[in-house]
Design a binder for this molecule. Structure first.
Ligand code: ZN
Ligand code: ZN
Length: 452
């Protein structure tokens, strides 16, 4: 869990094994949970509140916003003290505004009906904002980056070591809502979805203490500093690499294929939580599996293993830069076509391999972390591949200097200037040029670029 792990990382490393050993014991001795309640229901009473008011219960909202990263994080006792008053101040208003921004609500700074409704939906316990930066919003503001905004990483990008591609997982005994066979099949299924689109493989082992990923059902205060909250509210939480814990709140009414809105779909939450185990942060796309909220009865990530919502945007990205055949005069105005479906097919795999080859990445054919990271970097809009042939020479990469022309590459079948031009090319500026630079400045920039 992104804002809390300092708790673990700052401990002397010699204490950590001891803590891990004690952890199951702490769980055994936890207090008996209170009667289940709807943890976020208190927000209903705050609907309509705004800056300047003092309303009983507002301090609960401050603690909620602190928990999910919208107000500065303090230790548990400090939080109680600092966020203990019921006044609607400037800080609360700006926290609500950034919550509204992340959830695509009208930015009113008030607890209006839509905001209260969104806040009451049960959700993952992992904060949306870490160290003041939103994992969710990090990729907004650029159309290039937006293409792969379904995949965002935690701010400091905690990762498994590159050599660690085979991850083992195990289950804590006890507190199981499902029998172990059912739980095994749910988790195997959830991991298979990530295996299809990353370079990781997952294997269950018997001994949970030796597993990379440790999965269990817990209730209330369960010893990791982040207590669960009874029925509703927080459904589960996970700790980023390389802690590797996923905890589900055992006070929830879990189900496979939930029969009614009182039940939560365990597999949807499992796929989401396992995304955190791989280092993924929350997405602000309500359709993405990494969106933090899940309504009762709702199922997500239930498509075929190889289908992930948003893959069609990846296909559009790869088409734009030449890795997939050009389908339409304007992809974005067409609604039917190869790029509009979310299936991870052979064509997409080979396009990704070609991309990986061009960018000197491991050729996995999957959207592994390094590939996603490379794709999110802003770039030139000229395609890398024309008519199926790569136009990226190896020397174009990794250098800020231009190389002698023999090392650069030409477009295939190409496109050269007529020989009788005598190597003499003229240039000029379009009168429609819109820029903040003045004309003389532009002239000098381009003259210097042509000189190189
Ligand atoms: Zn989450
Ligand atoms: Zn926990």
């Amino acid at each position: 869990m992104a804002s809390k792990p300092t708790l673990f990382f700052t401990w002397p490393s010699t204490l950590l094994p001891l803590f891990l050993f004690l952890f199951p014991l702490l769980i055994e001795s936890r207090p008996i949970p209170q009667a289940p309640h709807q943890a976020f229901q208190f927000i209903k009473k705050l609907e309509g509140s705004q800056k300047g008011q003092t309303i009983i219960g507002l301090h609960h909202l401050k603690q909620y916003l602190e928990k999910f990263g919208y107000l500065p994080h303090h230790s548990n006792t400090e939080t109680k003290r600092i966020y203990d008053d019921d006044s609607f101040d400037d800080l609360l208003e700006s926290a609500i505004k950034s919550y509204q921004h992340n959830f695509h609500l009208n930015i009113t700074g008030k607890i209006d009906a839509a905001t209260a409704e969104q806040m009451m939906i049960p959700r993952c316990g992992v904060p949306d904002i870490v160290n003041g930066k939103s994992g969710k919003g990090r990729h907004l503001g650029s159309t290039q980056l937006h293409q792969v905004s379904h995949y965002a990483f935690f701010q400091n990008e905690p990762k498994w070591p590159p050599s660690k591609t085979q991850l083992t997982y195990g289950f804590y005994p006890g507190n199981l809502v499902f029998d172990i066979q059912t739980l095994r099949s749910i988790c195997a299924n959830a991991f298979s979805k990530w295996q299809a689109v990353t370079h990781f493989t997952f294997q269950e082992i018997e001994d949970v203490n030796n597993a990379d990923l440790k999965i269990g059902f817990f209730s209330g205060d369960h010893g990791d500093g982040v207590p669960f909250d009874g029925r509703g509210g927080t459904l589960g939480h996970s700790f980023e690499p390389t802690v590797g814990w996923t905890h589900f709140d055992s006070d929830e009414r879990w189900a496979m294929n939930p029969p009614s809105p009182e039940f939560f779909d365990i597999e949807s939450v499992a796929v989401h939580e396992f995304g955190h185990l791989l280092g993924l942060a929350h997405s602000s796309d309500p359709n993405a599996i990494m969106f933090p909220s899940l309504r009762g009865g709702q199922r997500k990530g239930s498509q075929k293993c190889e289908t992930i919502k948003g893959l069609h945007q990846l296909k559009q990205y790869l088409e734009k830069f030449g890795y997939l055949p050009h389908q339409h005069s304007n992809t974005y105005t067409q609604t039917k076509g190869i790029e509009d479906d979310d299936s991870f097919d052979d064509l997409l795999e080979s396009a990704i391999k070609l991309y990986q080859q061009n960018f000197n990445l491991n050729i996995t054919g999957k959207i592994d972390a390094a590939t996603a990271e490379q794709m999110m970097i802003p770039r030139c809009g000229v395609p890398d591949v024309v008519n199926g042939k790569s136009v990226m020479g190896p020397y174009l990469l990794g250098s800020t200097h231009l190389h002698p022309i023999s090392n650069d590459s030409f477009f295939p079948d190409a496109s050269t200037w007529s020989p009788d031009l005598n190597n003499y090319l003229t240039y000029g500026f379009s009168s429609r040029l819109k820029t903040s630079l003045d004309y003389e400045k532009i002239e000098s920039i381009f003259a210097s670029a042509f000189a190189r």
